[in-house]
Design a protein around this ligand. Sequence first.
Ligand code: SAM
Length: 158
Amino acid sequence: MDYDTIAKSYNELYIEEQLRKLNIIKKYLKIKKNHKLLDVGCGTGISTNFFDCKTFGIDKSKEMIEQGNGNLIQSLAEDLPFKDKYFDIVISVTSVHNFDNPKKALKEIQRVKKSKAQVVITLLNKSIKYNKIKELIKKYFEIISEIDEDKDTIFILR
Ligand SMILES: C[S@@+](CC[C@H](N)C(=O)[O-])C[C@H]1O[C@@H](n2cnc3c(N)ncnc32)[C@H](O)[C@@H]1O
């Protein structure tokens, strides 16, 4: 999907669906105000004001991040502009199957998360890459919980 083209209508089309997923994710996270949370493939930054902590987002699409506000940076998931072991929480919602190189992106998430960080990745059930990406998730993370949401599988990871 070309997210640059749909950026202006993205929230109108998807905000309810994405908020439903974020509400489930919130129940599984233990969040402290001083935590640093990164959203990889943050889109329009729906997560920015959703969590009560310091949030950051990166997305490939300049047009998508221009729809939001907060600490949103145009960047590739495969090359995160952060130092090692920086984040307490990393999430990626309905994005990983869009990345050109999901394996590289998952390795980058591993790199920027603190050793005991909480990680949540949601994967679109109908993605043709579903099985391949699930195998990669299992390779790089420990699955704590797997929640079958309507459209996505939500992986709670460590
Ligand atoms: C379905 S949207 C999800 C956006 C957001 N997570 C949400 O829940 O609304 C997928 C996003 O992945 C982004 N994306 C695609 N490839 C990317 C990459 N290689 N690095 C970072 N973001 C990417 C797209 O620009 C798009 O904003």
